[in-house]
Design a protein around this ligand. Structure first.
Ligand code: BV8
Ligand code: ZN
Length: 297
């Protein structure tokens, strides 16, 4: 075991209120492209230019094709070992093992891919089966409730642009026109010049009022979800793990600084150096899916 790992484990043992802020690097090993380290381009377009209300208002057909592409990627993805380690932190008896003083654990994720909640659900069901509970009741009591916050929304949520209707829909394609546009592109990395214009009436519609629907995610300049509860979590945290994020998107990128400012400990688990490193107490450089299992066996 490296000195860094043993020093970190000692510190982690005393942590009372532990939080994680995660980004696209957490799901990279599951085959989901990140945004900024080169893998994120789509049809030679910059994802951060497409993830805006303006882009959707101007060209809902293109933005829906972008999200259709990502939905397809996510549907093919499975949680990786890093998701599993973080899900186990929501199991009180495991958390007590790695952090005997811990009172709370929260995962705040910027990711919209559902892999963390899905992993937690699978873990909870597994624990229920191991305890002989094969009732079909929801297996919530095996994991801490409300431990995961998806602050940038959820890719499979289909939200109405007019009424409040919002449903999770993992069907693929979401509508025939998106499937047809898909078929028109043999290779997603070909130039953005080819553009299939889907008529707005053939795009996904709200199943309640029939208006145009949009992906249930938080775009740039939109208010992230759960900010009040997340701010309380940040305020109380004495330990923050910053995992797989370039720490470039606010407000998520401010959490490590805020925990540090009130005397908490900051540990970064990232493939590349990031702006957070210089104010961190521990920096683990490398793929989180291989490093986390060595730190949290
Ligand atoms: C808001 C959902 C206010 C959609 C996303 C000027 C200056 C500063 C800030 C601003 C500014 N102008 C505007 C802002 C605010 C803006 C912002 O921060 N802009 C930045 C880019 C300048 N923020 C907002 O607009 C936010 N809203 O501020 O609202 C408000 C408040 C109250 C009331 C009303 C309004 C909303 C931001 C949300 C945008 N939506 N996603 C979608 O996904 O399509 S953001 C998007 O970027 C994803 O969520 C993604 O997670 C997130 C951050 O990126 P990362 O996750 O860090 O991914 P990235 O590719 O950058 O990095 C990956 C990292 O992983 C790398 O470091 C890599 O080395 C590492 N890695 C790779 N593989 C591995 C790995 N690490 C470990 N292991 C591996 N295997
Ligand atoms: Zn509606």
């Amino acid at each position: 075991m490296t000195d860094l790992t043993s020093a970190f484990r000692e510190k982690f043992k005393d942590a009372k209120h532990i939080m994680v802020v995660a980004g696209a690097g957490l799901s990279a090993a599951s085959g989901i492209p990140t945004f900024r380290d080169g893998g994120g381009m789509w049809r030679s377009l910059d994802p951060t230019e497409l993830a805006t209300p303006e882009a959707f208002a101007k060209n809902p057909s293109l933005v829906w094709q972008f999200y259709h592409y990502r939905r397809t990627k996510v549907l093919a993805a499975k949680p990786n070992h890093a998701h599993e380690i973080l899900a186990k932190m929501s199991v009180p008896k495991y958390l007590k093992k790695v952090a005997p003083s811990a009172k709370t654990f929260h995962l705040v994720t910027q990711n919209i891919d559902r892999l963390s909640p899905d992993m937690l659900e699978a873990l909870s069901n597994r624990l229920a089966l191991e305890s002989g509970d094969n009732s079909d009741q929801p297996k919530r009591e095996y994991v801490s409730p409300n431990s995961i916050y998806e602050m940038h929304g959820r890719i499979f949520d289909v939200k109405c642009t007019e009424c409040d209707h919002c449903v999770e829909d993992r069907s693929n394609p979401l509508c025939p026109a998106l499937g047809a546009a898909d078929a028109a592109f043999k290779d997603y990395h070909d130039a953005g010049s080819q553009d299939i214009e889907i008529p707005v009436e053939e795009l996904p519609r709200c199943s309640a009022c029939g208006a145009l629907a949009r992906p249930g995610v938080v775009w740039f300049d939109e208010k992230p979800y759960h900010l009040d509860v997340i701010n309380t979590i940040v305020y109380k945290a004495d330990m923050i793990l910053v995992i797989g994020t370039s720490s470039t998107v606010r407000p998520a990128s401010t959490y490590a600084y805020r925990v540090k400012r009130h005397g908490g400990t900051v540990a970064v688990f990232n493939l590349d150096p990031s702006e957070t490193d210089e104010r961190s107490d521990f920096v683990f450089c490398g793929p989180c899916e291989t490093i986390l299992p060595t730190v949290f066996p």
